[in-house]
Design a protein around this ligand. Structure first.
Ligand code: BTN
Length: 255
C-alpha cells in the first residue's frame, strides 16, 4: 500500500505515517511532534472523526470521500514570517492540482482551493507552542460524499469538477514535490517575494468585490493581490488601502 508514494517521500526526505482512522490529522501530527517525531513528515488517514477547520469550524472526513493529511515541518524563517507558510502551501497545492488536470483551480485567500466558484479544499495551519514546528493540515474533497447535500451550492469535489482520478498517492506526490520547491524559494529570501507573482496569478480575489472579516470587523472593497508577507492588499470602498493579516475573505460570486 502506498509504495509509489513512499518512494517519492523517501526521495524528498519525508517520514510517512498512515492510520485508517483518527480524530484529526493535525492533532495526531502535534502529538507526534511532542513525542519527538522528525521533520518533515506526512500524516495520512482515510477517515477523520473530529477534524478541525479554520476559525473554530469542524471538518470531518469519511472514508474514500476525501484526501485528508497533515504535514509537519520545521519553519525556515524568522517567527514573524511563519504565517506565510499558509500562502506558500496554498500556492503549491493549487499548482499541483492544475498540473494534474484541474485546470480551473484557483486560490481563495489565504489558501482555500476553489473551482468555478466552489470550494474543493481547505487547509488549517497550526504551530507548536514554541514555534519550532508547523503543522499544515489539508482536506481535499475527492467525491461529492465529502460534503453534505445542503452545502452543494458552495462545495465541490475533484470527481465533479475535473477528470482527475482520485489517486491519493499521485495527488500527494505532486503536492509535496511542489511544496518542497516552493518552500525552498520562500526560505531563500524568508519572504513571499519570489512567489507573489505566481500566487496572484491564481488568486480568485483579485479585482472582485470582497468582504474581509478580521477580529470580528468586516469591511468591503477590492483586493489587488498579496504583499511579500502574504497579507491581502485591500482597497476599502472609501479608497483607503489596508493590509489584511488573517481572517476570512468572502468574495462576491465565490461561495
Ligand atoms: C478550512 O477550510 O476551514 C480548513 C479545513 C482543514 C481541514 C484539514 S483535514 C486535515 C487536517 N486535520 C484537521 O483536523 N484539519 C485539517
Amino acid at each position: 500500500m502506498f509504495r509509489d508514494l513512499k518512494d517519492v517521500l523517501d526521495g524528498l526526505g519525508y517520514g510517512f505515517y498512515y492510520i485508517p482512522e483518527t480524530a484529526s490529522t493535525n492533532d495526531w501530527a502535534a502529538a507526534a511532534c511532542r513525542n519527538g517525531c522528525g521533520c518533515p513528515a506526512l500524516f495520512l488517514t482515510d477517515s477523520q472523526t473530529k477534524g478541525k477547520g479554520r476559525l473554530g469550524r469542524s471538518w470531518s472526513a469519511e472514508k474514500g470521500a476525501s484526501l485528508t493529511f497533515s504535514i509537519l515541518i520545521r519553519p525556515e524563517c524568522i517567527p514573524e514570517r511563519i504565517p506565510c507558510y499558509t500562502e506558500v502551501f496554498g500556492l503549491s497545492l493549487c499548482t499541483a492540482l492544475r498540473s494534474l488536470g484541474v485546470e480551473k483551480a484557483m486560490i481563495k485567500w489565504p489558501n482555500d482551493i476553489v473551482v468555478s466558484g466552489k470550494k474543493i479544499s481547505g487547509t488549517l495551519t497550526e504551530t507548536a507552542p514554541d514555534l519550532s514546528r508547523i503543522i499544515i493540515g489539508t482536506g481535499i474533497n475527492l467525491t461529492k460524499k465529502a460534503y453534505p447535500d445542503e452545502l452543494a451550492y458552495k462545495a465541490s469535489s475533484l470527481e465533479e469538477c475535473s477528470s482527475l482520478q482520485p489517486d491519493i498517492s499521485c495527488i500527494l506526490s505532486a503536492v509535496l514535490k511542489n511544496f518542497e520547491k516552493d518552500r525552498e524559494i520562500f526560505a531563500r529570501s524568508g519572504s513571499m517575494k519570489d512567489l507573489v507573482r505566481r500566487y496572484d496569478s491564481l488568486l480568485v480575489n483579485i479585482g472582485r468585490k470582497t468582504t474581509v472579516t478580521e477580529n470580528g470587523n468586516s469591511v468591503s472593497g477590492r483586493s489587488s493581490g498579496i504583499d511579500e508577507l502574504g497579507r491581502l492588499i485591500f482597497q476599502k470602498e472609501n479608497g483607503e488601502r489596508i493590509l489584511v493579516h488573517s481572517g476570512e475573505a468572502s468574495v462576491s460570486g465565490i461561495y
